[in-house]
Design a protein around this ligand. Structure first.
Ligand code: PAF
Length: 282
């Protein structure tokens, strides 16, 4: 069995435990196999591998599940040990927000933060980018690894690191799925048996969209939306974009993204899709 990671609660403890290049995986805990894959991906990228566990209050709006968000500390440490994590950084809210969670200085995600998830959760990405910028400042990583499962988040963090010259390489890691295709997420544990069965429709909708790729973005969107509708799921959005979340190209690489509530939990998923015009007459 691998050794348990060291736990740092303060920036000073963290500094004492970091040596050489630092690879970093930020999380909110409730770790699952998807997180372990991120850690395994990050392991060879730095001399010290740091994982943060911090349930960030500012990315939850009022009425969202901040209070109920699963907190599974002991199990999380076991998962970090499995992935040979050196240091778990688990700060207090006051450490991350010394001026309070109503901080006057925050990171504005810009226009890309107002579409898709940002339209459904208008303050979400400000909270995410602000806490990630703070974590980057405290951990000082050379490289940070994020899952493609939260594709808009990954895109915005990449943009932020570049736009604010943070000197961190942001690496994306493919989504890890259950055997039936459901994307792994800490919130899947909220699904009851019936909802869990229905939730597989989300990845089936992506597959339907991908199969329609040669017919172009509009048909991809319709194919995915129809698949959800047949299962009685009404999505918050089904969107086809370019890989950087701009307008979908007529042909070439695109991204298919969707979000839908299945019971209480709101599930997100996305995948690459190859778009191409079908020649006339087909
Ligand atoms: O993806 C998450 O778990 C969170 O949004 C993150 C990046 C750790 C920021 O709190």
């Amino acid at each position: 069995m691998s050794a348990r990671p060291q736990v740092a609660r303060t920036p000073q403890e963290l500094r004492e435990l970091c040596e050489g290049t630092v690879a970093f995986v930020p999380t909110m805990g409730a770790l699952h196999d998807g997180h372990v894959r991120l850690m395994e991906h990050a392991r060879p990228l730095g001399r010290t591998l740091v994982v943060s566990i911090f349930v960030n209050p500012t990315q939850f709006a009022e009425g969202e599940d901040f209070g109920q968000y699963p907190r599974t500390w002991e199990a999380d440490l076991e998962r970090c040990a499995e992935a040979e994590v050196d240091v778990v950084f688990a700060p207090e809210v006051a450490t991350m927000y010394p001026h309070g969670t109503g901080d006057q200085v925050t990171v504005d995600p810009g226009p890309l933060g107002t579409i898709l998830e940002g339209a459904a959760r208008p303050t979400h990405f400000r909270g995410v980018l602000t806490v990630v910028a703070k974590l980057f400042g405290l951990v000082r990583p050379d490289v940070a690894v994020f899952g493609e499962k939260d594709y808009q988040q990954l895109t915005l963090i990449r943009l932020m690191a570049d736009a604010l010259c943070l000197g961190v390489e942001v690496v994306g890691c493919p989504t890890v799925r259950e055997a039936d295709g459901l994307a792994m997420s800490s919130r899947n544990r909220y699904l009851n048996d019936e909802e869990r069965q229905l939730a597989v429709t989300i990845s089936q909708a992506l597959a339907a969209g991908v199969a329609a790729g040669p017919q172009g973005a509009q048909v991809v969107r319709e194919a995915a939306a129809d698949c959800l509708a047949r299962a009685g799921i009404s999505p918050d959005y089904v969107a086809v974009t370019s890989p950087d979340l701009g307008e979908a190209p007529q042909s070439g690489e695109g991204r298919l993204l969707l979000a839908a509530r299945v019971g209480q939990p709101r599930l997100l998923d996305n995948c690459a899709v190859t778009l191409g015009a079908v020649p006339e007459g087909n």
